[in-house]
Write a protein of this length. Structure first.
Length: 287
């Protein structure tokens, strides 16, 4: 299935808060539109200008004259590489580390994703790496008019510039959280080694302590706080099983085979098993 956002499935999950679900289509993120009296905030854009045009059209109609902001949970193409489409109608804002990710690694990821297949390359045709209008350091409270949305940089985890978005009891996590699949480890040495399994566990533990009622993952079905517990449990199991074997001087390929078997026994229905090997590689390199 092509990585195309379908706005017709948009669902209001709380007053003036809409989610455009990814419908479990690969490389389509869950997208949020959060409203206040004076403005709306779009969370993630979809991959490339054609997806972003559909999201912008939806946001424009939803806003009904209110100001539009747009942000991305992290810099990866299906989350951020439609932001240039918004530039004449919205303010694009991200944290400083994510802005640096876009500037430093955006072109490389664009090249890599274009090589993943014709359907993906088609959506990335005409992409220009976005440049934020507003960059914040660690946290930004965005007042939409009687409703404050908190944007918060988490620090290095899935990427260097991850951010979460919290409004009321709803938390948008980006790819810090997936449901029904193993964690996506963008471990591509020597080109990108910013992912950290250790920090990822710490970040998820902190988010779980906040106990949001609704969690919107980067990909997969939304859930409650138990989603965060599931992700942390899987990451901790991956860490423990990897380190036990690494510390016994076992070869990395054997570690991958044995740890994959352990995780598949624990989570037999989860997808994305190809990311287990990347996670093992990352954790073998971490202390």
């Amino acid at each position: 299935m092509k990585p195309i956002v379908d706005v017709s499935h948009a669902e209001e999950i709380a007053p003036d808060l809409v989610v455009i679900p990814n419908r479990n289509v690969q490389l389509v993120p869950n997208i949020g539109v959060i409203g206040g009296r004076e403005a709306v905030l779009v969370v993630d854009t979809g991959m490339g200008p054609r997806n972003a045009e559909m999201v912008l059209a939806f946001a424009r109609e939803y806003a009904k004259g209110r100001r539009i902001y747009v942000t991305s949970t992290h810099f990866h193409p299906e989350h951020a590489f439609g932001a240039r489409t918004f530039q004449d109608e919205a303010t694009f804002l991200v944290n400083r580390d994510q802005a640096e990710d876009l500037a430093r690694k955006g072109a490389g990821y664009l090249h890599m994703f274009r090589g993943l297949g014709e359907a993906i390359a088609e959506q990335l045709d005409g992409v220009e790496i976005p440049q934020p209008d507003t960059v914040y350091d660690q946290a930004l409270d965005l007042d939409l008019g009687g409703r404050v949305v908190r944007l918060r940089a988490t620090g290095r985890a899935h990427s260097k510039g991850d951010q979460v978005i919290r409004v009321d009891d709803v938390l948008f996590t980006g790819d810090l959280v997936e449901t029904g699949q193993f964690a996506i480890f963008p471990w591509f040495p020597p080109h990108d080694t910013d992912v950290s399994g250790i920090r990822w566990i710490e970040v998820i533990r902190g988010l779980a302590e906040e106990r949001p009622k609704v969690v919107i993952p980067g990909h997969g079905d939304r859930g409650g706080p138990e989603v965060l517990d599931d992700v942390r449990g899987c990451l901790e199991l991956l860490r423990d099983e990897t380190w036990a074997r690494r510390d016994s001087a076992m070869g990395e390929q054997t570690i991958v085979e044995e740890v994959t078997a352990v995780l598949l026994r624990r989570y037999p229905e989860w997808e994305g098993r190809e990311w287990i090997e990347k996670g093992v590689g990352c954790l073998c390199a971490e202390q």
